[in-house]
Design a protein around this ligand. Structure first.
Ligand SMILES: [Zn+2]
Length: 243
């Protein structure tokens, strides 16, 4: 189905720019072993109830490291594709129901990174131990179900577990990380997996020493690095590497 989607909401990226960023996000997530062949990122078209999401590519066996804007489809919050020739992913309802529940969320990354999944299998919480991962200082709840999020009811349940947090682990399955932008959600998902790996490494060395709560401000550890700088410094660098 084809329709023209007006991108002129006045703020945020237009549809073409957003498709390009989904492609870059996908390439970064593949390189970091967060996704492939399963997993997908999405972004809300600013000011609309439409979402750009990586299309369902499994049947084509295309290397996701070569994802381009044509691999992205536009869907509504019922999960119906309104632009694009591919299907939306089976777990699209994780995205749609988080967008419904969280007007502040502009992007959702769903991935299956191994070190984060290990935490979902235990009662050991992810701790704010690394200065590039303090966005998650208020904790990452675990959704105690391993089923595919393939209907709206299951999507709503994930959104409820996520609550107001920046991310949620899905037991024995993966995670969903949210952000105001595709750049922020992508960078945050990568850093959460890196932090999970660091925590496992550190716990192998001895008793864990988390960053003092008093050193955690509302955004990041250091006042000298704004959320904007944190996001775009890493996004720009990684985007350069994968394109
Ligand atoms: Zn999944």
């Amino acid at each position: 189905m084809h329709m023209h989607i007006d991108s002129g909401s006045g703020s945020g990226d237009g549809v073409d720019a957003l498709k390009s960023k989904i492609a870059v996000s996908t390439r970064i997530l593949v390189r970091e072993r967060l996704i492939g062949p399963f997993g997908h990122s999405s972004a809300r078209l600013a000011g609309t109830d439409l979402v750009a999401v990586l299309g369902h590519t499994h049947d084509d066996v295309k290397d996701l490291a070569l994802t381009d804007p044509d691999d992205v489809v536009i869907m509504d919050l019922d999960g119906e594709v309104v632009e694009g020739t591919m299907e939306a992913p089976g777990e699209r309802f994780m995205h749609t129901e988080i967008y419904r529940a969280r007007p502040d969320v502009g992007s959702v990354v769903h991935a299956h990174p191994m070190h984060c999944i290990a935490f979902s299998m235990t009662d050991v919480p992810l701790e704010p131990i690394w200065h590039l991962c303090t966005l998650f200082a208020d904790g990452v709840p675990v959704h105690r179900s391993a089923v595919q999020i393939d209907n709206p009811e299951r999507g709503r349940a994930v959104a409820a577990t996520l609550g107001s947090h920046k991310g949620v682990l899905l037991q024995g399955h993966g995670l969903a990380v949210v952000g105001a932008s595709i750049e922020e959600a992508t960078v945050s998902a990568v850093n959460l997996e890196r932090s999970a790996r660091l925590q496992i490494m550190a716990e192998g060395l001895g008793a864990l020493s988390a960053i003092d709560r008093g050193e955690l401000n509302s955004d990041l550890l250091t006042d000298g690095l704004s959320l904007e700088e944190y996001t775009h410094t890493q996004w720009d660098y990684w985007a350069m590497e994968v394109t």
